[in-house]
Design a protein around this ligand. Structure first.
Ligand code: UGA
Length: 461
């Protein structure tokens, strides 16, 4: 494969992963960022984000001379030029936060275009990897105002925590542009990965990203709703999702119920697409319902906790001590952005509960999270001390191997509400706990788990 000369602008989790992975595929990559301190750290091999395999890839790239870091997009172009040949492809991997009314804020994209507008060589390709509203490629081309530089949309489908794996083992590569030649050149960067390629126009490519994330969000809200119905009707959601997941049209992935979906992408992208739909005079009821179902899910978890502790859906949580296990929006990350765990914690706090949390991905140095919303302990047994209930909010695998007899000694009352259906219920039950899951309370809502009561559990595993 012919190696290309690439600038990646924005060295956050998307940019850094993209840069390090493209360098590992043999390309020469200069990563740029506006944050000088971050660039310093990256140069000394400090990656700063929790991402499996990324540190090694960055170090390998730097050692091979194929990967380097600079401050500023224009400097990245200069660096490649100085080496003897100009940049061929420039990736935009800058943040597109949720702006007014839910639409992505493109200020960072605009600033970079302004910075490199004149410096880009004839024939270069600008690639947008950030999630941007449909129409941004056209807008970017207008801002660039260069007939000799093509703009391409090439969305990323990386999950936090497994971004390197996802980059190097993609389900598909999507490339969209009005210039077929530019699209093919960008697609060729990934040729070694052997993934299916979708070559399309820029608007469709931008839409694919939103359509994918919003579909995943709808799938999760659907499964959370099915879980609630299972509770009401005495069915077991683990068996139900297994049963539907074998249908290839549905698939097993993204069928785990939980306290709601969160993170830096699904909430932002669902709101953005809803907003875009509104402005196109289209009432996207399905998507709105998925968002509403998710917001309601936090309250539903609180109701579940309230019922478990007080025996009543309307009981008071004032001064009840609740141990929260897991704060991040999912396991394997230290990211708290739009975390459902924090959403549930905020509602519990409002209801007067005293919260003590533990999360293996969060350091206790700060002592508190989210404006003193809750106190963080540095081990789960400390968090559980005198608790009226333990609530599992993030699916960290290590919670599966907690010492439940020891926890039984620590807590005030042996109740565990497992909002991720993470545990083998038999384990806490054996230590004297009541286990309450999501969609898995087969014999009437809020009864405690009893393994003889529910023999299909083992089958479902
Ligand atoms: C998501 C998409 O999965 C990626 O494909 C996409 O590239 C990325 O957004 C992005 O746009 O950058 P990510 O935000 O890292 O990735 O997180 P997910 O793994 O999708 O999880 C999102 C939320 O859904 C989490 O709160 C997670 O706990 C929850 N979830 C996921 C469930 O409740 N159940 C499941 O079965 C799966």
């Amino acid at each position: 494969m012919f190696a290309r000369r690439i600038a990646v602008v924005g060295s956050g989790y998307v940019g850094l992963t993209t840069g390090a992975c493209l360098a590992s595929l043999g390309h020469r990559v200069v990563c740029a960022d506006v944050d000088g301190k971050k660039v310093e750290r990256l140069r000394s091999g400090e990656v700063g984000i929790r991402e499996n395999g990324l540190v090694d890839l960055v170090n390998e790239g730097v050692a091979s001379g194929r990967l380097s870091f600079v401050v500023g997009a224009a400097t990245a172009l200069d660096e490649l030029e100085r080496e003897g040949a100009p940049v061929e492809v420039m990736f935009l991997c800058v943040p597109t936060p949720m702006g007014v009314g839910g639409v992505a804020d493109l200020a960072a994209v605009e600033a970079v275009i302004e910075e490199v507008r004149e410096a880009l060589p004839d024939g270069a390709v600008v690639v947008n990897k950030s999630t941007v509203p449909v129409g941004t490629a056209i807008r970017t081309a207008e801002l660039l105002d260069r007939d000799d530089v093509a703009v391409v949309s090439n969305p990323e489908f990386l999950r936090e925590g497994s971004a390197v794996h996802d980059f190097l083992n993609p389900d598909r590569i999507v490339v969209g542009s009005s210039s077929q030649d530019a699209a093919e050149r960008v697609a060729a960067l990934y040729a070694r990965l052997g993934a299916p390629m979708v070559l399309t126009d820029a608007a469709s490519s931008e839409m694919i990203k939103y359509a994918a994330n919003c579909f995943l969000a709808m799938k999760l809200s659907y499964v959370n709703a099915i879980a609630e119905l299972c509770e009401r009707l005495g069915a077991d959601v683990a068996d139900v999702t297994e049963g539907i997941g074998y249908d290839k049209r549905i698939g097993q992935a993204f069928l785990s119920p939980g306290p709601g979906w969160g993170g830096s992408c699904l909430p932002k992208d669902t709101h953005a697409l809803l907003q875009v739909a509104d402005s196109a005079d289209f009432e996207f009821r399905l998507l709105r319902a998925a968002i509403d179902t998710n917001t309601r899910q936090y309250q539903r978890m609180v109701d579940k906790i309230r019922t478990a502790i007080t025996g009543k859906r309307t009981g008071s949580l004032t001064r009840k001590r609740i141990a929260l296990l897991g704060l991040t929006f999912k396991a394997g990350t230290d990211d708290l952005r739009d975390s459902p765990a924090l959403g549930v914690a905020a509602l519990l706090k409002q209801a007067g509960a005293a919260l003590m949390a533990y999360d293996p991905g969060i350091s206790v140095e700060a002592g508190t999270i989210d404006g003193a919303l809750l106190t963080v302990a540095d081990d789960p047994y400390l968090a559980a001390k005198d608790a009226d209930a333990i609530v599992i909010l993030t699916e960290w695998p290590e919670f599966r191997t907690l010492d439940w007899p020891r926890l039984a000694d620590e807590v005030g009352r042996p109740i565990v509400i497992d909002t991720r259906n993470l545990l083998d219920p038999a384990v806490p039950v054996k230590a004297g706990f009541s286990w309450i899951g999501v969609g898995r309370v087969a014999r009437g809502a809020h009864t405690s788990w009893n393994d003889t009561e529910h023999s299909s559990y083992e089958r479902a595993r």
